[in-house]
Design a protein around this ligand. Structure first.
Ligand SMILES: NC(=O)c1ccc[n+]([C@@H]2O[C@H](COP(=O)([O-])OP(=O)(O)OC[C@H]3O[C@@H](n4cnc5c(N)ncnc54)[C@H](O)[C@@H]3O)[C@@H](O)[C@H]2O)c1
Length: 274
């Protein structure tokens, strides 16, 4: 439960209309990075299809956006299912008449050594982090091709660049997302479609849901939080979801018109030394 008396995103500004008239899909929109980004998109004038498997975080993201004066719709979505991803796109077209932006952000991890993973655990993370991007892109691309314009951002991680102990499926999928981003940028660039990804360092969000996924809020211990803060080696603090949201906003904005296939690292310096 989010405390309603405190604005959960103090780092978000008023909005400058940078996405005026645009329609965006955000996955994992009811929590963490997706939630801050959906809210920022709306503040910048976009209409947002907020997709999430859980709606337990309150206020639900579409309500939060409406409180801000923005426009959004919530869609209960499991991004591992093609039918749900198709519904994200049809909802954007039916409710808001268009689609400009796809932010493939939902994701998670299982912390154990590779030999300790069951088939179900392994496949769960491959499906959630990697196959979901295939499914989301497959749903959105035909519309973008017809329109001759489109924008995709995927959430990778610094753990797609670095190894992290006892995180095999997470590190593998996040590395795959970075190169898949480059690959898709190559295939669709001349069709007016840009594809980028963000690589967040340790960000203070309610994740760590494990397998099977738990609809929990933040369960990290103080010790884990201190370790994560220290991992962002230059700034020595955890990042805020808003600090990733602004990176995503840049990538989908017209100011980034020559940026594609890029992995934007936003990590408080986590990756700058050995
Ligand atoms: N928090 C960090 O430190 C960090 C660092 C690097 C990358 N990331 C990445 O950022 C992304 C968002 O993570 P977060 O930290 O905001 O986590 P979070 O758990 O706060 O939010 C993730 C959201 O995704 C939703 N989700 C999970 N499975 C889904 C599914 N099958 N279909 C639709 N929605 C689903 C969850 O319900 C949740 O609302 C993930 O891809 C994660 O790997 C996070």
């Amino acid at each position: 439960m989010v405390n309603a008396s405190v604005d959960e995103h103090p780092g978000l500004g008023k909005g400058l209309g940078r996405l005026q008239g645009r329609v965006g899909i955000v996955t994992g929109a009811n929590s963490g990075i997706g939630r801050a980004t959906a809210r920022l998109f709306a503040r910048e004038g976009a209409k947002v299809v907020c997709c999430d498997i859980q709606e337990t975080t309150t206020p639900r993201i579409d309500k939060l956006i409406e409180q801000d004066g923005g426009q959004a719709v919530f869609l209960q979505t499991d991004v591992t299912r093609q039918a749900d991803c198709d519904r994200m796109v049809s909802t954007a077209l039916e409710r808001f008449g268009d689609l400009d932006i796809l932010f493939n952000n939902a994701g998670g991890g299982v912390r154990k050594k590779i030999h300790e993973n069951t088939d179900d655990e392994w496949n769960f993370i491959i499906n959630l982090n990697l196959n979901a991007i295939f499914r989301g892109v497959r749903a959105a691309i035909p519309h973008f091709l017809k329109k001759g314009r489109g924008n995709i951002v995927n959430t990778a991680s610094t753990f797609g660049l670095l190894a992290s102990e006892e995180y095999p499926s997470y590190c593998a999928t996040k590395a795959a997302i970075i190169n898949l981003t480059r690959q898709m940028a190559l295939d669709y660039g001349t069709s007016g479609i840009r594809v980028n990804c963000v690589c967040p360092g340790a960000i203070a969000t309610p994740r760590f849901r494990g397998f099977p996924p738990q609809p929990t809020l933040d369960r990290a211990t103080e010790e884990q939080r201190a370790r994560m803060a220290a991992s962002n080696r230059a700034l020595l603090r955890m990042g805020r979801p808003e600090e990733i949201a602004y990176g995503v906003l840049f990538l989908v904005s017209d100011e980034a018109s020559f940026v594609t296939g890029h992995a934007l690292v936003i990590d408080g310096g986590q990756t700058i030394d050995a």
